[in-house]
Design a protein around this ligand. Structure first.
Ligand code: HEC
Length: 277
């Protein structure tokens, strides 16, 4: 009886490590690490680790090869790839980025603990497993200017989504100005993995639009300073500063604020999501 219980606990732990693959709301496959490695051979890859600002080696499988094998024909038409993480982080990455650059799903560091000290988030110590998405920024140095926003750790599910269908509350109306357009795309890339707009977005930080938009509540100079340098306002915040490697940093933050201001006129009561497969 006890043995059975132990087996049940062990298998549920093993099951919790399975990686769930979904397409537009439905689970299509769930794979253990052994199954994943059977699908695509693992290798060691060294990248410039944006959270630690040094080179680090990971054991990993090539993400695009996994997506081709799991999603098959759907991968060719994919719009965005949404990563769900155990800590609530949920970035949406354009599928085109995986076709242009090389990303890997890492699952270990050879001979080291699969954890790190995140210098971008108040030097918190974090566990990276079960999966950590990394980009080969040694082969593609252009990626080094992007910061760490597309490097989600604790990944538990990967889903193909259509951005406007999946996040209607975050999308500004179509007749938007070029500045709002730029701000929206910068928000998508740098903020939505943690924050929500009208309930749409990640689950690691607070809503910024409903019922009171943040620009109605906090004056612009303070907001600008918060986004550029959060620890200059709250010494222990885990919010990362907006990408220090962006040469147009000041302008991008203005654009993000223009997008947020626009969303004042588009408040919508958040709709609870059913995340079950
Ligand atoms: C890794 C997660 C993360 C990312 C990415 C992130 N934030 Fe935050 N943000 C937080 C957390 C956490 C807080 C709450 C403050 C705290 O607890 O430290 C916060 C607070 C805020 C606040 C204050 C909200 C309030 O009501 O007081 C604003 C404004 C904000 N973030 C804007 C942004 C913008 C704009 C971006 C993108 C450039 C961004 N954040 C990216 C985690 C994040």
């Amino acid at each position: 009886m006890r043995l059975l219980l132990l087996v049940a606990i062990l298998s549920s732990v093993a099951h919790a490590q399975d990686l769930s693959f979904r397409s537009h709301g439905k689970e299509i496959r769930s794979l253990s690490l052994a199954e994943l490695k059977k699908l695509v051979p693992a290798k060691d890859i060294t990248i410039f680790e944006p959270h630690e600002k040094q080179k680090v080696t990971y054991s990993a499988v090539a993400a695009r090869a996994v997506f081709e094998a799991v999603f098959k024909d759907e991968w060719n038409e994919a719009d965005e790839v949404l990563f769900t993480c155990a800590d609530g982080y949920q970035p949406s990455v354009p599928a085109s980025k995986f076709k242009k650059f090389a990303a890997y799903l890492s699952f270990a560091k050879p001979n080291k603990a699969f954890s790190m000290v995140n210098s971008l988030q108040n030097s918190e110590k974090i566990e990276l497993g079960p999966y950590y998405l990394i980009w080969d920024n040694e082969t593609f140095p252009a990626l080094k200017a992007e910061g760490g926003s597309d490097f989600p750790y604790q990944v538990v599910a990967i889903e193909l989504v259509n951005f406007e269908k999946r996040f209607p509350g975050m999308t500004p109306p179509r007749n938007r100005s070029p500045q709002v357009e730029r701000g929206f795309s910068a928000f998508r890339k740098n903020c939505m993995a943690c924050h929500t707009i009208n309930g749409d977005g990640g689950g690691k930080a607070v809503e910024l639009n409903y019922p009171v938009n943040i620009t109605e509540m906090v004056k612009t100079p303070w907001l600008r300073r918060w986004i550029l340098d959060p620890t200059s306002i709250r010494y222990n915040t885990t919010m990362p500063a907006y990408n220090p490697a962006d040469p147009k940093r000041q302008q991008t933050v203005k654009d993000i604020l223009a997008y947020l201001r626009q969303m004042r006129k588009h408040k919508r009561k958040p709709v609870p999501r059913d995340e079950s497969p």
